[in-house]
Write a protein that binds this ligand. Structure first.
Ligand code: AMP
Ligand code: GLY
Length: 425
């Protein structure tokens, strides 16, 4: 079949790498793609915010199935528009994507269905929000309701910081995403990323993963989209996975179906594993980036039939197999990220790095210019290693990182430290 993949990040390179290997794929096209994706798919310069243009492209190119990578097109309703035009699409509808698009919607759904999550209140006025933050005291977490590309969440260690965050969000600091604020209890524990493939009624747990959100070694510094990840996540024991499915994912799928907006696609639960068990921090309506990269490297089954079964509502009795090994990815980002950074620096040594056994490199913000690979984004490369243990996967990933010559970029040197420390104990 002809498949169109939407997106341009490391997640999409990993998806393209996996989908292109499927015997079901005749032609794989990616819009807009990047320099790495161009090695496994045809990249086209298509404006994916223009749904009519995407539909016209699909019709002209006999596209049988569309796979949507990032959240923005999902929240904008691209699945509804493509499906209405008769084009099969993997991903949640606009109404189902509210699980990521509105934190208030998700918190209310959790409250109504007894899903474990931090206690919270929603606010439309700064004065009420400030009163509540003063009453509750720190530590406390202040969030913009809508999509804010990771910039809408402030974990405040003092009441002062919480008040500043409320002013920043209501003051337009994150744009329209900040017309409403959610204030919630601070949860203490270890974070994990949990993914389930959903078809509207059935959910299948995928392999577990953990990412590193902070920019600096030791998990210090500002939050980012993710500086590295690994799979499996040792904190996700069989018991925690079982509880997450029963207490969080299944009740959500049931509630969404009962509301008339069944959830199809990948449901990504950001979890805090607390002393009481797994609690939901937030939902995303797509694969994690860079978690997808480490998951795809461990997936033994063919991904394409699984995505089709999710779209067709026939996941019941479906089974996904995973390799038992460990995978780890190190994100290389442009100097300055997650703040402002320069574009256009040249990256060399990629072929040497990729030649190392058990190493795979997925591109994020790259393009080819005059025969060279240049950086075009904040997060630029995902250097992945596979091994029998996380430690082995880590050492392979860093030996590849060390072959890459890119003075314009940096990476963390401690991806996987928590899992490795746990294995030593
Ligand atoms: P979010 O965008 O909601 O995933 O939040 C970004 C990050 O803020 C999360 O990955 C957590 O590290 C942190 N965070 C969010 N909510 C809470 C909470 N209630 N308690 C502790 N940390 C939180
Ligand atoms: N790595 C976290 C995310 O994709 O949101």
């Amino acid at each position: 079949m002809n498949i169109l993949l939407l997106g341009s990040g490391g997640r999409e390179h990993a998806l393209a790498w996996t989908i292109s290997a499927s015997p079901l794929t005749a032609r794989l096209i990616c819009a807009p793609g990047n320099a790495g994706i161009a090695q496994v798919a045809e990249c086209v310069a298509l404006d994916i915010t223009d749904h009519a243009a995407v539909i016209a492209f699909c019709k002209a190119n006999k596209v049988d199935f569309v796979v949507v990578g990032p959240e923005a097109p999902l929240v904008a309703g691209i699945v509804d528009d493509l499906e209405a035009a008769g084009i099969k699409t993997f991903g949640p509808s606009k109404l189902a994507a509210r699980l990521e698009g509105s934190k208030g919607f998700t918190k209310d759904l959790c409250r109504a269905n007894h899903i474990p999550t931090a206690a919270y209140e929603r606010f439309k006025s700064p004065a009420d929000a400030r009163d509540y933050a003063r009453k509750m005291g720190a530590p406390i977490v202040v969030k913009a309701d809508g999509l804010a590309a990771g910039k809408g969440v402030v974990v405040a260690e003092t009441t002062e910081e919480a008040l500043d965050a409320i002013d920043m969000i209501f003051g337009g600091g994150v744009g329209a995403a900040g017309s409403e604020v959610v204030i919630e209890e601070f949860l203490d524990g270890e974070e994990a990323s949990f993914f389930a493939l959903c078809d509207g009624t059935t959910a299948i747990a995928l392999a577990s993963a953990q990412d590193h959100k902070r920019v600096g070694d030791g998990d210090k510094g500002p939050n980012t989209g993710g500086m590295g990840a690994y799979s499996p996540a040792p904190v996700m024991t069989d018991e925690i996975v079982r509880r997450t499915m029963n207490e969080i994912v299944q009740p959500t799928i049931q509630a969404m179906a009962a509301m008339g907006s069944p959830y199809k696609g990948v449901l990504f639960a950001g979890l805090m594993i607390t002393k009481k068990g797994p609690q939901l921090i937030e939902y995303n309506c797509r694969f994690g980036d860079p978690e997808c990269q480490v998951l795809m490297l461990r997936l033994m089954s063919d991904l394409v039939p699984a995505l089709l079964a999710a779209r067709d509502g026939v996941l019941k009795d479906f089974d996904l197999r995973w390799y038992r090994n460990a995978t780890l990815t190190v994100v290389m980002a442009a100097n300055g990220y997650p703040g402002s950074y320069e574009k256009g620096s040249v990256i060399e040594g990629l072929a040497d790095a990729a030649a190392i056994e058990h190493v795979e490199i997925f591109h994020a913000g790259t393009k080819t210019q005059d025969g060279k690979i240049v950086a075009t984004g904040g997060r630029v490369l995902n250097v992945c290693g596979t091994g029998d243990t996380i430690r082995e996967a880590q050492s392979r990933a860093y030996s590849a990182v060390d072959k890459i010559k890119w003075p314009g970029g940096f990476c963390r040197r401690d991806i996987g430290w928590r899992a490795i420390a746990r294995a030593k104990n």
